[in-house]
Each structure stands twice: as structure tokens, then as C-alpha cells.
Design a protein around this ligand. Structure first.
Ligand code: ARG
Length: 563
């Protein structure tokens, strides 16, 4: 049990059963380690003064706590209860943490809950856009955090591999006079697509032709299926290059096409249950009164994104026994997901499964404008990653620490890719994020390189002097105590993200931790301290380094041992 949980348990004995107890780290000025606001809500139900209730809780807590657990329990302000741990508790807990480091209080649920994370999901036969990077990065971080927290995690790349772009591509290919689809490169595919779409604007017949090709494909036409398979492969190869550089992996690639055969049944089932109705020739579900209905089959008989998503929910519930299905998709699709979840509820597709849309804002260029394919503003993901690595390389060169070319390359990759990811993960996912190279690569600021550099510096000290046996009684400076308290928060911060789905809470935490750890190291002698103190400080440094490493790893960011 983490310390917060231990305190919570003691406090629980002093209040009516079932009261929600929230123990948080105290604010700096509070002069305590932890605090709770529980007296305020209790005072309301008991119609008493919060200070009076807080005083009662403080008194009772003191009595119920194991002997010597707290140094003091006090009431403060209008009704806070403040807790200060005893030195004995601090030492004991820190000793335990030093033994297991970042695995300290790592949860191991016996019956692992199952989460399916639907992330990245680019549209095949189109370049992976900068917008998909957010889903990929946030999705992977959540994946790691849930896995670390003892969940069974299934990463599913729900590729857009079935829609109208294939109609366009197949039509364009057939009309191009090219004979062998196997010889097309990704660039040629893109060109076919772009040229056809441009012409389509002037000639509506080309649009009809493209729709006709999709219809044939969806009905299993052999030639179109064959062409589709080749295009699918060429394009997936491109994506996999990017995933490889980003260090992203999936357990499944169950794209839209995977559900093709189930779509008629999805519609029939919805009709049988009386949930779907015919409207102007289309089959729709009225999910939200007064708003456009959720269309699951068009009047020409074709199926949509929505039909596939309903099929996918059924599959994820039945096949994966998912307790939670998470869709990491931009907030432009918010209403779509509200409709999807409502439709699933009306159809009773996932009565015991929690469906959530983990949304995020836009990714804007430095001038706050949208990155786009039009007007020369298009930047491909690959170009962006290459540039990040090149810029990181300059920083590494600047440090010039006699590293081999190979090492430099490795570090540049970790730093460049790390900077890109951290830029995304350190901002609240709901806001539009901007993108500024100097900020992203700033060695002094809230950036991946700063954290990676902090880690590398500690790693280098620990190479010189290994941490071993120590006595925590020698960690008595306030700076040390602050750092220990920071470290105690790690399991709590990670666990909280499995409920809030905000990875930036972890990056905020790591940044604060790195600042405190650097301050500790700059202020107090470590290697030059006397033997007992040195051993204790090395232990503190090694736990801090390990938590930094693990925290970054959960965000999908690699650390390097030298920088
Ligand atoms: N391919 C879609 C897009 O780029 C995103 C898919 C999201 N996942 C889902 N199950 N709908 O817009």
C-alpha cells in the first residue's frame, strides 16, 4: 500500500463507512506532508462546522494510527487535516522504496482488467498525417501506463483501410493504363490519388466511377480485392517505418476491412431490435433528439465508418472480453463518438464495458496555423521526425564528450524522437498544441532532453560510485526529505492516470522531480560527503534516476546512459 493509501485507511476508521477519502500531498506552505479536505464534505452532511469535524478526525486519527507512524496530525485553516509522517515512517518507507525503486507499490491485480486501446489508426493509401501522430503518441503512452498498472492491454490499430479512398485509387489505377499494380511505389500511389481527386472536382462522372469501385470492392469483386491487397501492403509498409522509428507497436491491426462480412448483420440486428429505422432510404438510429441521426447504411446500400465501429464494439466485447475500450481520437469526432456509444447502448452491445473517447486537440505549427496538405503547408511525419533527430544531433555534437559516431547517432535519435513525444505528452491533451523547436529541445526547460540529461548525469555519477547499503537516518536535510516525498508520489501519479487518462500528469510529475533532484545534487555534496552520508545520498540519487527512467519509459521516451 502506498503511503497515501495507508493514511487513507487510518482515516477511514474515524469517519462513517463509505465516506470518500482524498489524501493529497500538502502544499508547500502547509508545513506538513499530506492533507485531506474530507472534513468539509462531512461537515455538510453532519450540519456542523468543518473545523469541529476536522478536530475530531485529527484526534481519532492519532489514536487509531500505529504507534510512531505520524509525527503530528493537526487541523489547519478552515478545516483541513494535515499529516506529518514521523522520521521513523519516512525512513522505513524510503528503505522499502530503495529496494524496489520504480516498482515500489506497483499494482498486481489478480484478475487483470482488460483494456482495448484504439490508437494511431491512420488511413491507408494516404500519407500518415501529422494529426495521427498525436493519437499514436498518446495511445502508446496510455498503453504503457495501463500495462504497468497490471491491466491486460490490447493495442488495436483500427486502420482506415476500406473507405472511399480505395474507390478513388482503384478507379485511378484502372484508368491510368498502368498494367501491374505490384510495381507501384507509395509515391506513385499518392500521385494517382492526388491527380484523380483534382480531376474529380471538375468531372462528377469520376466520382461516380470511384463510388462504383468501392461498391464492387465491398461486395468482394475479385479484381478489386486483388488490387486492394497490394495497395494495402505498400501503404502499411510506409506506416511501419514510422512506427519503428517511434518505437510504437500494436497487438492487432484490425482495420475497417476486417469487419466487412459482419456489416449486413449489424444493420439487420439493429432493425430487428427496433433500434434502427428507415429514413429517406437510409438505415439510421436516432440517438440524440433533434440532431442528425446516426446513419449505419446509406440509401445505395453501402456501409459506413459507423457500421464498422458497431461491429468492432461487438468484437472487442466478445473476443477480448474488454472491460474498457478507449478511442484515442481528435476532438473533431466528439459527436460521432457520442452517437456511437449511445447507439451501442441502445443495442445493448456492451452492457458491461466502459466505452470512452479520449480526445485531443489540434497540432498546430509555430504560427498557430493548422498543418495541412494544401498550399505547401504539408509536412509529413517522416520529415518532421528526421528534422527532430537532425536538430538533436547538433545538441549532442555541441556537448562533445568524446562519444563515438554510433553513440551520437543513438543519442540523437532518443533525444529527437523523445522531444517530439514529450512536446505532445507534456501538454493537456484537450488543448491545441503548438510546436516550437527551441522549446522542445531546450536543455534547461520542461522538455525531454532536460529530463534525459538529468538521468544521464545521475547515471554517470552512479557509474563512478555504486549505490549500496545505507542508513536512511542520514537523509535528514529538508531538500532530501522533499525529494523523498516526491518519489513516494510515483505510484500514485501513475495509478491516477488509469482513471483520468491524462499522461501530462506524469510529465508534470517527472519535471518537478527532475528539478528537485537536480537541486538536491547541486546543493549537497554526494561523492565528497562522508561515508555514511554519501551512501544514503547515492541511494536517494539512484531511486530518483530509476523513477525518471521508468517514468520516461512509460511515456514512450528512451533514456540514454550518456549524453
Ligand atoms: N481512421 C480514422 C481517421 O483518421 C480514425 C479511426 C478512429 N477509430 C475508430 N474506431 N473510429 O479519422
Amino acid at each position: 500500500m502506498s503511503i497515501r493509501e495507508q493514511i487513507g485507511k487510518i482515516v477511514a476508521n474515524t469517519v462513517p463507512k463509505g465516506t470518500a477519502i482524498d489524501v493529497r500531498p500538502a502544499e508547500e506552505h502547509q508545513n506538513a506532508h499530506y492533507a485531506t479536505t474530507i472534513a468539509f464534505s462531512l461537515a455538510k452532511t453532519e450540519k456542523k462546522n468543518p473545523r469541529e469535524v476536522a478536530a475530531r478526525i485529527a484526534e481519532e486519527t492519532k489514536k487509531k494510527a500505529p504507534k510512531g507512524f505520524f509525527e503530528k496530525v493537526e487541523i489547519a485553516g478552515p478545516g483541513f487535516v494535515n499529516f506529518t509522517l514521523s522520521q521513523k515512517t519516512l525512513r522505513k518507507e524510503f528503505g522499502a522504496m530503495a529496494a524496489s525503486k520504480s516498482n515500489w507499490y506497483k499494482p498486481h491485480p489478480k484478475k487483470k482488467p482488460v483494456i482495448v486501446i484504439d490508437y494511431s489508426h491512420p488511413n491507408i493509401a494516404k500519407p500518415m498525417s501529422i494529426a495521427h501522430i498525436r493519437s499514436t503518441i498518446i495511445g502508446q503512452a496510455l498503453y504503457n501506463i495501463f500495462a504497468f498498472s497490471g491491466w491486460k492491454v490490447i493495442g488495436d490499430n483500427h486502420l482506415g483501410d476500406w473507405g472511399k479512398q480505395f474507390g478513388i485509387l482503384i478507379a485511378a489505377f484502372k484508368m491510368s493504363g498502368l498494367k501491374n499494380e505490384n510495381e507501384l511505389s507509395i509515391d506513385e500511389l499518392m500521385k494517382l490519388y492526388v491527380d484523380y481527386t483534382a480531376k474529380m472536382k471538375e468531372d462528377p462522372k469520376l466520382g461516380d466511377r470511384a463510388r462504383e469501385e468501392v461498391r464492387k470492392l465491398q461486395n468482394g469483386d475479385e479484381e478489386n480485392m486483388r488490387i486492394w491487397k497490394v495497395f494495402y501492403k505498400v501503404s502499411l509498409n510506409e506506416f511501419e517505418k514510422i512506427y519503428k522509428i517511434l518505437g510504437v507497436t500494436f497487438d492487432y491491426y484490425l482495420g475497417e476491412s476486417f469487419y466487412n462480412n459482419e456489416l449486413p448483420e449489424v444493420v439487420q440486428n439493429a432493425l430487428r431490435k427496433g433500434v434502427a429505422k428507415e429514413s429517406d432510404g437510409a438505415i439510421v438510429i436516432f440517438t440524440h433528439e433533434g440532431k442528425t441521426p446516426f446513419i449505419i447504411q446509406k440509401s445505395d446500400g453501402s456501409y459506413l465508418y459507423s457500421t464498422t465501429d458497431l461491429a468492432a464494439i461487438g468484437y472487442r466485447v466478445k473476443k477480448f472480453k474488454a472491460n474498457l475500450v478507449m478511442y484515442v481520437v481528435d476532438n473533431g469526432q466528439s459527436f460521432y463518438f457520442e452517437q456511437l456509444f449511445k447507439a451501442a447502448e441502445m443495442l445493448k452491445l456492451a452492457p458491461k464495458t466502459n466505452l470512452v473517447h479520449v480526445k485531443f486537440g489540434l497540432f498546430l505549427a509555430e504560427d498557430m496555423k493548422k498543418f495541412s496538405t494544401r498550399a505547401g503547408r504539408y509536412v509529413s511525419l517522416e520529415q518532421l521526425i528526421e528534422e527532430a533527430i537532425a536538430r538533436a544531433r547538433k545538441i549532442v555534437e555541441g556537448k562533445n564528450q568524446g562519444l563515438s559516431e554510433e553513440e551520437k547517432e543513438k543519442i540523437a535519435r532518443a533525444v529527437g524522437v523523445g522531444a517530439l513525444k514529450y512536446n505532445d505528452l507534456s501538454q493537456n491533451r484537450l488543448s491545441n498544441i503548438t510546436f516550437n523547436w527551441d522549446k522542445m529541445l531546450n536543455l534547461e526547460g520542461n522538455s525531454a532532453p532536460y529530463l534525459q540529461y538529468t538521468y544521464a548525469r545521475f547515471a554517470s555519477i552512479l557509474r563512478k560510485a555504486e549505490a549500496g547499503k545505507f542508513d536512511a537516518a542520514f537523509l535528514a536535510e529538508p531538500i532530501e526529505e522533499k525529494l523523498i516525498m516526491d518519489l513516494f508520489e510515483f505510484p500514485q501519479v501513475v495509478e491516477e492516470i488509469t482513471r483520468s487518462y491524462y499522461p501530462n500528469h506524469l510529465s508534470d510529475y517527472l519535471y518537478a522531480l527532475a528539478k528537485d533532484a537536480n537541486y538536491f545534487y547541486q546543493t549537497l555534496p554526494v561523492l565528497r560527503a562522508n561515508e555514511k552520508v554519501r551512501a544514503a545520498r547515492l541511494a536517494l540519487l539512484s531511486v530518483a534516476a530509476d523513477v525518471l527512467r521508468k517514468g520516461l519509459e512509460l511515456l514512450g521516451i528512451e533514456v540514454v546512459e550518456r549524453m
